[in-house]
Design a protein around this ligand. Structure first.
Ligand code: NAP
Length: 205
């Protein structure tokens, strides 16, 4: 969905900074949108010091919108799942998102403008047996974002922190996360395309 968000923002004439561990796919967008500035930065955001480096570098670009999209899931019975993988997922889904939200909200509040969109999930609304830590991480994202947004509104700030809660979307998430290290094939997802979801979520927020 990160790629689809980048593409949708370019269509709307935004300059973008795309961040992932590997951002080569963004290069083809540069030929499609030569008049816009496309920064492609490789960071592993589960290494939390990279969140601080990313922020320090990004604020030189007059950022007005942060989308915390990077995330994955670890599938399996809690008694069997790999602790290190789960802790890495917590670092990415929760701690990196928390740090970036904190740094950008403080920055946006000083300017009294700016938006954060945090990718939660429909998984945020209920416990998820066999996907327990992922569901819990998304509950954290929804709860945190909603509370910060309420604070901002009460303080009459123009800054907003919005969480979006997609249902199943056809992305690599399913092959990467849910069925990793199992012999099962990833399920056929009947949900929305990432392009449609990202278009609609940006239109609404
Ligand atoms: N697909 C769904 O059905 C669905 C539903 C609800 C919510 N979501 C949420 O939507 C978000 C996007 O998921 P997706 O479906 O687009 O999954 P995806 O296709 O697996 O993409 C995940 C993105 O996160 C980046 N990423 C992963 N680990 C990273 C790390 N350590 N540091 C920096 N970037 C990292 C990946 O790039 P690199 O691998 O190059 O780092 C990739 O761009 C996630 O937060 C997910 O939980 C997805």
């Amino acid at each position: 969905m990160g790629f689809a968000y980048c593409e949708e923002l370019l269509k709307q004439n935004y300059n973008i900074i795309g961040v992932a561990r590997e951002t080569k796919s963004l290069q083809k967008l540069q030929t499609q949108y030569p008049h816009l500035d496309i920064q492609a930065w490789d960071y592993d955001l589960s290494d939390l010091k990279n969140c601080h480096s990313l922020f320090a570098r990004a604020i030189k670009f007059n950022v007005s919108l942060l989308i915390n999209n990077a995330g994955y899931g670890v599938w399996g019975l809690f008694k069997d799942t790999d602790l290190e993988k789960e802790l890495n997922m917590i670092d990415l889904n929760i701690k990196a998102l928390h740090i970036l939200t904190k740094l950008f909200v403080k920055h946006f509040v000083e300017k009294n403008c700016g938006r954060v969109i945090n990718l939660a999930s429909i998984a945020a609304f209920a416990p998820g047996p066999v996907f327990s830590t992922y569901f819990a991480s998304k509950a954290y994202v929804l709860s945190l974002s909603t509370a910060i947004n309420t604070e901002l509104k009460k303080q009459k700030s123009l800054v907003r922190v919005i969480s979006v809660c997609p249902g199943p979307i056809k992305t690599d998430f399913w092959s990467r996360s849910e069925y990793q290290n199992t012999n099962k094939k990833p399920p056929k997802i009947k949900g929305m395309t990432p392009e449609k979801f990202c278009h609609q979520s940006l239109k609404r927020h």
